[in-house]
Design a protein around this ligand. Sequence first.
Ligand SMILES: Cc1cc2nc3c(=O)[nH]c(=O)nc-3n(C[C@H](O)[C@H](O)[C@H](O)COP(=O)(O)O)c2cc1C
Length: 192
Amino acid sequence: MEFSEVIERRRSVRKYADLSVEDAKLEYVLEAARTAPSAENHQLATFVVVRDPETRAIIGRPGSTQDGKWINRWLARAPVIIVACGDRSKTAPHHGVDFWQIDTAIATEHLVLAAVDVGLGTCWVGAFDEPLVRTTLAIPQQVGILALLTMGYPAEHMGVTERLTRTVVRADTRKTMSELARWETWQRHDHA
Ligand SMILES: Cc1cc2nc3c(=O)[nH]c(=O)nc-3n(C[C@H](O)[C@H](O)[C@H](O)COP(=O)(O)O)c2cc1C
């Protein structure tokens, strides 16, 4: 697939076809994550791939945001849940930015884009039960859990996030280019 098509096609998928994901495709997306850049090449990210239905049923239990509204009831039905982890013992925050989180986020997004390339859908999930995931998968304390990533073949209707349905915000609403990019200084919104 052309890179521009991968970018264009990527959407968060929350409803999956009843198909398992082939090992070769999992290896392909993980390889994309393995080649991601990382601070000082420390490569702090590690991914736990969970396919076992019983384990998915446990770690896919609804999480919630601080206001308790975002509960991700669809989560356990994804054929694969990938737990994006990073070794937080090996970095110190630089000006308030934690590099284990950046490394892990970049590697995860590599994985997301590679998934599109082979016809798979994913969804980042930030609202999950962290202690439950940690205990169930025996993840050591020095390892941070950044997010869960669901993966599978998209169902015809890809699903919407529960919070977005309630507040009627369209998931494809995007900033305009002039909101996104500033030129030379913060104040300048165009480059003409
Ligand atoms: C860090 C992060 C956490 C997210 N957490 C959730 C989540 O808990 N539940 C969910 O349904 N979507 C979650 N999303 C997906 C976003 O809702 C989605 O990316 C956004 O609405 C834009 O839609 P799109 O990905 O289809 O373009 C998360 C995305 C990111 C990057």
